[in-house]
Ligand binder design. Structure first.
Ligand code: NAP
Length: 261
């Protein structure tokens, strides 16, 4: 299927590895020009070169910076004159016990996983509406549907974003202008973050980490973790010309892990 987005411009945040990188790869494969961001410059440049090799016909711009800060966002937005596609992503907050989190920990989580996506949407959505095409995807988490106890900072910040998006996506001057805003909710995808979180959990329980990872896989109906590539492919479809009637949705991609109808 031709996704009908070749030549478009996308800003893909937090994309030197993991789910963000996979989204950038899928978009670049479809002929989309991308601006990618991450804090670590070396890994980001390496990813940019891989993307250029994947599709030499597109332009790939790497902007190193912390997307949860105002200068980081300004640098990313300044890299190209306009964006047709915005993929909001950032590292997830650390696990822990809410008794240990002070105001600063909460503000950091809110900045990265709620307020940064809102700021980037504010900077891009009206231009998308004027041009009659826009696709905004926020990478959130299945934890918004079924909270993960130890990830309270994530549960809280992402739920705030989800509530805000539910209203925003349906505003007439957005929804009627071929601008869609959706949240993708990953379950367990095989990335550094997932592995590190699970290994830490295994160590906390005094268990062998490989055996613990296997147990986690067995709890998922699909009996495996998702691959970043399949996440990226789904993201590219949601950003496609064909997905113009899908908006304001929370799209769960979890191998059947969340038991709900
Ligand atoms: P990952 O493999 O650790 O990759 C995170 C990427 O984001 C890296 O490129 C990292 O590069 C970049 N990044 C992190 N913080 C950033 C910041 N403040 N500014 C710019 N770039 C930043 O993580 P992932 O598994 O892909 O997860 C992506 C998001 O999905 C996270 O919010 C995570 O909580 C959420 N999620 C993941 C899963 C899963 O199963 N993997 C499930 C549910 C939710 P630098 O460190 O160099 O900046």
């Amino acid at each position: 299927m031709n996704l009908g987005i070749a030549g478009r411009w996308a800003l893909v945040c937090a994309a030197s590895k993991g789910l963000g990188k996979a989204c950038a790869q899928a978009l670049v494969s479809e002929g989309v020009n991308v601006v990618i961001t991450a804090r670590g410059e070396e890994a980001l440049n390496e990813t940019a070169n891989q993307l250029r090799a994947l599709n030499p016909a597109v332009t790939v711009i790497a902007v190193a910076g912390d997307i949860s800060t105002a200068p980081g966002r300004a640098a990313a937005l300044a890299a190209h004159g306009h964006f047709d596609i915005l993929v909001n992503n950032a590292g997830g907050p650390p696990p822990g016990d809410f008794r240990d989190w002070d105001r600063e920990a909460w503000i950091k989580a809110l900045d990265a996983n709620m307020l940064t996506p809102i700021e980037l949407i504010k900077a891009t959505v009206d231009g998308m509406a004027e041009r009659g095409f826009g696709r905004i995807v926020n990478i959130t988490s299945s934890a918004v549907k079924s909270p993960i106890e130890s990830l309270g900072l994530s549960n809280g910040a992402r739920s705030g974003l989800t509530g805000f998006i539910a209203g925003l996506a349906r505003q007439e001057n957005i929804a009627s202008c071929n601008v869609t805003i959706n949240n993708l909710q990953p379950g367990s995808f095989d990335t550094d973050r997932l592995r590190n979180n699970l290994i830490e959990a295994a160590e906390g329980l005094g268990q062998d980490s490989e055996a613990f990872l296997d147990e986690c896989r067995q709890e998922i109906p699909a009996k495996r973790f998702g691959s970043p590539e399949e996440f990226g492919a789904f993201c590219a479809f949601v950003c496609s010309a064909h997905a113009s009637y899908i908006t304001g949705q929370n799209l769960l991609i979890d191998g059947g892990a969340i038991r709900s109808m």
